[in-house]
Design a binder for this molecule. Structure first.
Ligand SMILES: [Zn+2]
Length: 167
């Protein structure tokens, strides 16, 4: 596995264990060349998914790319990596269970928004603002209103933090 910091191919596994839900193997790796530490996950892939872009172009579904866009939205937010991992697993399972090997970028975007909504309000707004390509301030206001309004769902809402609006 190539070191993400210096590009060396000579990285070593220091620790290997299943994730909390046993859906993946988590490996802590270290690079002897630069001392960089990083984590990789080994998972089941049920089927090969193709993403149909808005342009009509088809590209293979790339979980790492999905993860990167989610991580950009979650940057500096206090969310545990294991929860992000579970959310990503959930999204991929949902995509795989749609019954079609072709999925649209819209379907992915909607699932990510749903997932982030339950994970972190700020990340949700960040992702949605990019995904929905908002141009007007009012769109943000509507979204914030959606987050701060009373929701009818009674279960597990007590622990949610109020929406914060800083970037
Ligand atoms: Zn390195």
């Amino acid at each position: 596995m190539r070191c993400p910091y210096c590009g060396s191919l000579d990285t070593q596994v220091k620790d290997s264990r299943p994730t909390d839900d046993s859906s993946a193997i988590r490996r802590r790796r270290i690079c002897p060349d630069c001392g960089g530490r990083f984590t990789t996950f080994e998972r089941v892939q049920l089927r090969e998914l193709m993403v149909v872009k808005r342009s009509g172009r088809r590209v293979p579904f790339d979980r790492d790319k999905l993860q990167r866009s989610v991580e950009v939205a979650l940057r500096k937010r206090p969310v545990e990596p294991e929860r992000v991992e579970r959310m990503l697993n959930g999204i991929v399972r949902q995509l795989e269970s749609l019954g079609d090997n072709e999925i649209t970028s819209e379907q992915i975007g909607e699932l990510v928004m749903e997932g982030l909504k339950g994970l972190d309000d700020v990340a949700y707004v960040r992702f949605a603002s990019v995904y929905k390509n908002f141009r007007e301030a009012k769109d943000f206001e509507d979204l914030i209103g959606e987050l701060t309004s009373e929701e009818p769902a009674p279960r597990r809402r007590g622990t949610r933090k109020p929406a914060r609006t800083e970037p």
